[in-house]
Design a protein around this ligand. Structure first.
Ligand code: AR6
Length: 186
């Protein structure tokens, strides 16, 4: 099941699936600061896109937490992979919310700068990095909604949630967040 909301002239979608299979201009990777590859989304993207992506990551060398960098998408159908680095969650009191929001913002800014009209995001930070799902969903969706409101050149953002639980949490948070965000305070 796909959930869709309009943000200005852009579209925000929630789907369940594998991010490597999305037909979009840009695929966002849940990377680490070393751009060294790993498990989860990162492993899946490097496996599916081939060694060209790792070669490009090595040439860049790294990416600070809360930032993002862009590479080729190798053999994936997307034009680019945007590698975004979420914080490792400790207790929420070590700047994690700001760093997670900034990882989304940096990835979205790159998409906009590169002219990528359609972008697929995973749920950054909520796997190996341990960010609690509901708090992460609130930050993820809030940040994307704010960005799309002022950047209509990014036409479609799709969150690709891997499992039932992540999809359900994102759906619930989107229902709570989107009406207020779209229409503003009354
Ligand atoms: N498509 C979409 N979502 C996926 C996929 C997939 N193919 N595979 C896993 N997920 P994670 P993080 C979900 O761990 O927490 C790596 O080792 C997964 O269920 O990929 O930011 C990197 O190298 C979870 O909800 O990213 C870093 O070292 C979400 O994607 C570190 O993990 C994110 O899980 C980054 O950790």
């Amino acid at each position: 099941m796909t959930q869709v909301v309009n943000i200005g002239t852009s579209t925000l979608e929630l789907v369940q699936g594998d991010i490597t299979e999305q037909q979009v201009d840009g695929i966002v990777n849940a990377a680490n600061a070393e751009l060294a590859g790993g498990g989860g989304v990162d492993g899946a993207i490097h496996r599916a896109g081939g060694p060209e992506i790792m070669a490009a990551c090595q040439a860049i060398g790294g990416c600070p937490t809360g930032q993002a960098v862009v590479t080729t998408a190798g053999t994936l159908s997307a034009r680019n992979v945007i590698h975004a680095v979420a914080p490792k969650y400790a207790d929420g009191l070590h700047g994690e919310p700001g760093l997670l929001a900034s990882a989304y913002q940096a990835a979205l800014q790159i998409a906009s700068d590169q002219g990528l009209k359609t972008v697929a995001f995973p749920s950054l930070g909520t796997g190996a990095y341990g960010y609690p799902l509901e708090s992460a969903a609130r930050i993820a969706l809030g940040t994307v909604i704010d960005f799309l409101g002022s950047h209509p050149q990014v036409e479609r953002v799709r969150f690709v949630l891997f499992d039932d639980e992540a999809l359900a949490v994102y759906q619930q948070v989107l229902m709570e967040e989107a009406p207020t965000r779209r229409h503003g305070p009354r």
